[in-house]
Ligand binder design. Structure first.
Ligand code: G4P
Length: 526
């Protein structure tokens, strides 16, 4: 196979959803239909169901599971499909955002009973920002959900995207009979009570013939004809380019737990979803078929065994061919690095690989060299863009409780924040450390890991903060004036970039009014 063929056959994507919509079930069914696993139940949910302090075991389990399901790759009809897992718990949302930087498209799962939920909204915003192509899978059609037309309306309105249904449900809940594939013009039917597999597929290119009645009876036929007529009037045919540009989302209906609608989704997905495309760096665009290797680290995972502090860094390959035992250049450190055991993840199996191609994600053993966002190249000096930090939601002061272990605490905090578990800010005025996270659970994870991996103890003390904002100003002097004026509220992030710690929306507004030239940003890239 040529290098270009290897690139063109890759489909690297993530499944995203509000918790409980069916992400884990769909992932598993895609693996099942793709022939990567033989039985259901093989993919563990990475959900943390409770978030109480006593839940360390749950957190540990989650860490174990999410390493093994971080990437699930399989071959299907000549395509190489790479599914990147995203954490199920919303406290780990930033992890999900970062994973979204490493994919070329996403499948968004929506529960037909609940419709659009808060996490769906946030995740889609990130996709829109990055212009990531999105396919929507409306799940749980075996339940009495909302009408499919209402669901499409809700998705368009709430998520501000245009949709294009490619399959259409016949009946819903107890009366759910199957789906009509508007694209292929086939009817896939459930029969019997089981509702566990497609029992019949019929080619029906002309819905007006009374052949339809034979399969679904008079009432459903009438309904389907009326629905399809309405659909043709309201929704345009799928324009693939618009989907690839992130301007329209194909929609599929089904029931993941019942294996329904999955084949249609997978077959269409591999055909229309984008192969790895060009990516932006601080030195211009890099094409995947550039013959020089490059890639970036988007996720770092600590070793489950606390006695070994090595970690796995996940590298997305963006251009060229990655080869085992070859020296590569870690741009931030200006250092040559070499990997003797790079791992790939085929289905549930981890194995050492000799080479990997753009679109692939590989695991690299790391003794603490990497930070999230690091770029690796064959010697070129550029950095991939687009792995910003977002302003945390929750903030705490870090207080060392064991003065003999301050070095360990410092090291622990450095390494854990390199992994992206939280963000560390150092206040300008007194050097106090402030930790920021997306959810309360991370503070527990950090405290627990500091103790068990670094033997350091600390407490997290209340600090009243609304947001941490990165700043820019064309006039350096004015920025300095602002930082001087608000010295007590200025801190530095780990890259030494100054941030404004705003105590309330009102104080932020005041600052904006008094210093109109200074721009405040909710993320570190602007
Ligand atoms: P998540 O990863 O998005 O959080 O969701 P997950 O797949 O774990 O699914 C959440 C629940 O929804 C599970 O039930 C799952 O079985 C159920 N589910 C998934 N797809 C369908 C579907 O098409 N129809 C129906 N009716 N249910 C579906 P659970 O009770 O939480 O777990 P379990 O005991 O079934 O594993």
């Amino acid at each position: 196979m040529t290098f270009t063929e290897e690139i063109n056959r890759r489909r690297t994507f993530a499944i995203i959803a509000h918790p409980d919509a069916g992400k884990t079930t769909l992932t598993e069914k895609l693996l099942l239909f793709g022939g990567a696993i033989q039985s259901a139940g093989a993919v563990k949910s990475n959900k943390i169901k409770k978030s109480t302090t006593s839940d360390f075991m749950e957190i540990e389990k989650q860490r174990g599971i999410s390493v093994s399901t971080s990437v699930m790759a399989f071959d299907y009809k000549g395509y190489k499909v790479n599914i990147l897992d995203t954490p199920g718990h919303e406290d780990f949302a930033e992890d999900t955002y970062r994973t979204l930087t490493a994919v070329d498209s996403v499948i968004m799962v929506i529960d037909c009973v609940k419709g659009v939920e808060p996490q769906t909204r946030k995740l889609l915003e990130v996709c829109r920002m990055r212009k990531t192509p999105v396919i929507v899978f409306i799940n749980k059609l075996d339940r009495e959900g909302q009408s499919p037309f209402d669901l499409l309306d809700e998705i368009e309105k709430e998520l501000k995207i245009k949709v294009c249904p490619l399959t259409w449900p016949i009946g819903i809940g107890k009366s759910f009979k199957g789906v009509y594939n508007l694209f292929e013009k086939t009817l896939n039917l459930f029969t019997g009570e089981s509702k566990t597999k497609v029992e019949e597929t019929h080619q029906i290119s002309d819905l007006t013939t009374n052949e339809l009645e034979k399969f679904i009876g008079e009432d459903f036929s009438k309904q389907l004809r009326a629905d399809v007529e309405l659909l043709n009037g309201v929704y345009d045919k799928l324009d693939k380019q618009k989907y690839l540009d992130g301007n329209i989302s194909p929609v599929f209906f089904g029931s993941a737990v019942n294996n329904f609608g999955i084949n249609e989704l997978l077959d269409c997905f591999v055909e229309i979803a984008p192969h790895p495309i060009e990516r932006d760096t601080d030195h211009g665009i890099i094409q995947p078929d550039d013959n020089k290797f490059s890639g970036f680290i988007f996720k770092i995972h600590a070793n489950l065994d606390p006695k070994h502090r090595d970690r796995i860094a996940f590298l997305r390959i963006c251009s060229g061919k990655f080869e085992r035992n070859k020296y590569y250049y870690l741009v931030r450190d200006k250092k040559e690095v070499r990997f003797s055991n790079p791992t790939a993840f085929m289905a549930q199996q981890k194995s050492v690989i000799d080479e990997a191609f753009p679109g692939d994600v590989i695991g690299l053993y790391d003794a603490g060299n990497f930070k999230i966002g690091d770029t690796l190249t064959e010697g070129a000096d550029f950095n991939y863009k687009g792995i910003p930090s977002f302003s945390p939601e929750l903030f705490r002061y870090v207080t060392n409780l064991d003065p003999m272990k301050s070095k360990q605490l410092q090291k622990g905090l450095e390494q854990l924040t390199d992994e992206g578990v939280a963000q560390l800010f150092t206040k300008k005025i007194d050097g106090r450390k402030v930790l920021g996270t997306v959810g309360a659970l991370q503070f527990e994870v950090i405290q627990h890991r500091l103790k068990s991996e670094y033997n350091a103890t600390c407490s997290f003390d209340q600090i009243n903060l609304h947001k941490a904002l990165w700043m820019s100003c064309p006039d350096k002097k004015k920025l300095e004036n602002f930082m001087h004026d608000r010295a007590a509220h200025i801190a530095y992030d780990k890259e030494e970039r100054p941030v404004f710690l705003a105590e309330s929306p009102w104080l932020l507004q005041m600052a904006q009014e008094k210093f109109p030239e200074v721009e405040f940003h909710l993320k570190s890239e602007f």
